[in-house]
Design a binder for this molecule. Structure first.
Ligand code: THU
Length: 136
């Protein structure tokens, strides 16, 4: 498993290269692994109208879902200042956690790249008591 997580973390770091983030000065990459083995990459895409910015994680999951994917096993996230190496964890924002919870099981592995290494969490640890679609 560790090999897969390391590969995902490296892919998330590489995905930062495609970020469009002229306003925040932060570049973020995400690599989402499907049950099929296919990987979808995302990076943050900002807008002059700031609230239209899309996070890297949501770009990755929307790409995958819109291609018909529904089974996800892990997502790696890597972020840091533009032009700098990843030097610590860049945890997903609350909105991204809720979007992940819409499509992923509570045991989805969330891999936070820290540069040389990575940390592994489960989605249920990062979003306890999230809004539950079963309530609708
Ligand atoms: N960002 C992400 O890509 N993912 C997150 O989970 C948090 C924030 C991006 C959005 C924006 O381009 C920049 O980081 C600063 O908020």
């Amino acid at each position: 498993m560790n090999d897969i997580y390391e590969r995902l973390a490296l892919s998330a770091m590489a995905a930062r290269a495609s970020a469009y983030s002229p306003y925040s000065g932060v570049t973020v990459g995400a690599a989402l692994l499907c049950g099929s083995g296919k990987m979808y990459l995302g990076s943050n895409v900002e807008n002059a109208s700031f609230s239209l910015t899309e996070c890297a994680e949501r770009v990755a999951i929307f790409k995958a879902v819109s291609e018909g994917e529904r089974d996800f096993t892990a997502i790696a996230i890597a972020g840091g200042k533009t032009g700098e190496e990843v030097s610590g964890a860049f945890p997903p924002c609350g909105a991204c956690r809720q979007v992940l919870a819409e499509f992923c099981r509570p045991d989805l592995k969330v891999i936070l790249a820290t540069g040389e290494d990575f940390a592994v969490y489960e989605l249920s640890e990062l979003l306890p008591h999230g809004f539950d679609k079963e309530l609708l």
